[in-house]
Design a protein around this ligand. Structure first.
Ligand code: HAM
Length: 527
């Protein structure tokens, strides 16, 4: 039994290897081609961003933000600050106020100004929590200044308490900004839209991206902690239903070009956040859920409080008949959202896109409004959503930009690849066109030249780095799945007539260098 190596890929992450990576490349190439025909350009945002960006966009109550993010403190170089902090901590306030107070206040003042200087010069980033802690610290400092040391025992006690509190706060104050490995890229694209003033470009701006995302989920088939998405976003311009429909048409075209089998498109509208639309519906839903609370599982019970819409997502068998009887959002949409939804469906029909309506499709991220959609594919088991998306008008504004319409999707590339492989659309191992079996010093020089010329002409060539016996070389050639073996020995070099062996049938022919190239070209064209 092979022994386990000391280092293994971390749970939920994996190596993508040949020949699978050829399929990954093919899929990504297809995305580039299809998306560019719809006017999309590629954006490559960073893989980590301030935690706050995701918390604000995706929503703090969502599973992604509350449980699944890989976040860490990006600590700056703060050695001066640490010294100032140590000085505050080293003054022992327990001995009493007299004599010590001046030093303590001085060191505290120094520490506070160092932090403020760091913030002003942008060398220091404080997380929201740290900002609030620092605010409290400064308030306590002001209180302390208003309480000069005296012979009065009460005052001294108060000072002592205040000083202890200040020392603890100072000690716990964390420097550095909390950053997060991106769990998705919509928030980054919106951030980039604002940062680069893209609202000044012709609208809408159409962008696509592909790359790794990170979520600390329980790994299983089709669910990883590092996974890959191919996504697209349309920002700015109107919210015309034709935009929603064209985006979905592009998506379905892409899947078709990839050869994905058994795709099913589900759509829904979740309206907009207003009392006469989604908010009103959620209140009604919540009230109905309260009535059946006892029959629901603990997850759903919790969600009644945190996010009642997510109860509709439940896959628990015993909850299904209960959920089916709940009020439906379609009956509570405002007139504009209702009209928009009807028009999206009409636009899809005009394009011949087949869809199914699913009133329970609410999506797991907070930024959605109106159109939501998901696509499932075959061969994926329980994790069969291969793509999710929807409209998110207002997200750019929420992140500090101008009011902007937005819609987009993200495809789970791992799942797309899995489904393609399950339906036999995987990539075959790539063999070699030509294996060069060379023998002798003189032949080696010719072999090097031949290898370079053949590779320049686009052929896949294997050149053994050391001389091999003829039989061994042919064995290697066939193990590597080579189509031809080019045999170069003293005779071939002397005559200028090279031997080309077709491995499938063992036939051999003699060819000049030029004739060989021509022959290989015609063979490639024919295959
Ligand atoms: P999402 O539904 O969270 O949406 O993810 C989109 C797709 O990514 C899913 O349908 C699934 O295929 C894949 N996916 C998600 N988590 C995992 C995982 N742990 N392992 C493997 N695949 C996974 C979003 O991310 C939105 N940003 C989509 C969007 C773009 N909405 C508007 N614009």
């Amino acid at each position: 039994m092979a022994s386990k190596s000391k280092f293994q890929a971390i749970r939920g992450t994996r190596d993508l290897l040949p020949p699978d990576t050829a399929l990954w490349n093919r899929v990504e190439q297809t995305a580039h081609e299809v998306f560019s025909t719809y006017g999309f350009g590629e954006i490559r945002p960073p893989t980590f961003e301030p935690t706050e960006l995701f918390a604000r966009s995706i929503g703090v109550e969502t599973d992604v933000v509350s449980k699944e993010m890989y976040s860490f403190l990006d600590a700056p170089d703060v050695s001066d600050l640490e010294e100032a902090r140590d000085a505050v901590k080293q003054v022992n306030p327990g001995i009493g106020a007299a004599g010590k107070k001046d030093a303590f206040e001085l060191y505290l003042h120094n520490f506070i100004s160092e932090v403020e200087k760091g913030i002003a010069t942008k060398q220091l980033n404080l997380s929201l929590k740290a900002q609030s802690d620092f605010g409290i610290l400064k308030a306590r400092y002001v209180e302390l200044l208003g309480l000069p040391g005296s012979d009065d025992e009460d005052t001294n006690n108060k000072r002592r308490h205040l000083t202890f509190e200040i020392i603890i706060k100072t000690d716990l104050l964390k420097f550095g900004e909390s950053v997060t490995l991106r769990p998705e890229a919509t928030a980054s694209v919106c951030r980039a839209y604002i940062e680069h003033n893209m609202q000044q470009l012709p609208q809408p701006v159409k962008l696509f991206y592909m790359g790794p995302m990170f979520r600390r989920e329980r790994p299983q088939k089709g669910r990883y902690r590092q996974f890959y998405q191919i996504g697209a976003e349309i920002l700015g311009g109107p919210d015309a239903p034709a935009i929603d429909a064209e985006l979905i048409e592009m998506l379905m075209t892409f899947f078709e070009k990839c050869g994905l089998q058994g795709t099913e498109l589900s759509i829904n509208s979740i309206g907009h956040a207003a009392d006469n639309c989604r908010r009103g519906y959620v209140a009604k839903l919540k009230a109905e859920l309260e009535k059946v609370k006892d029959k629901l599982g603990t997850d759903s019970q919790r969600r009644i409080e945190t996010n009642p819409l997510r109860v509709l997502d439940s896959k628990l068998e015993h909850e299904q008949p209960i959920i089916e009887k709940l009020p439906r959002i379609a009956d509570h949409l405002c007139d504009e959202c209702k009209t928009h939804y009807a028009a999206v469906k009409h636009e899809l029909e005009l394009r011949g896109v087949i869809y199914r309506e699913n009133w329970r499709l609410v999506r797991g991220l907070d930024y959605y409004m109106r159109t939501t959609f998901e696509i499932t594919a075959q061969g994926l088991g329980s994790q069969n959503a291969v793509c999710g998306g929807g409209r998110y008008d207002g997200l750019v504004e929420l992140l500090g930009g101008p009011p902007t319409k937005g819609i987009g999707f993200a495809i789970g590339e791992d799942r797309l690849i899995l489904s393609l492989q399950e339906s036999g659309k995987g990539a075959a191992p790539q063999g070699r066109d030509v294996y060069i079996a060379w023998m002798g010093e003189r032949a080696y020089a010719t072999a090097l030249r031949a290898a370079k010329n053949l590779r320049d002409a686009g052929f896949r060539v294997e050149l053994p780095p050391v001389e091999l016996k003829f039989g061994k070389a042919l064995e290697r050639a066939s193990k590597l799945g080579s189509r031809f073996a080019l045999i170069l020995g003293d005779n071939e070099v002397a005559d200028g007539q090279w031997t080309l062996k077709t491995l499938a049938d063992g036939s051999q022919q003699k060819l000049s260098e030029q004739a060989l190239l021509e022959y290989l070209h015609t063979q490639r064209a024919a295959s």
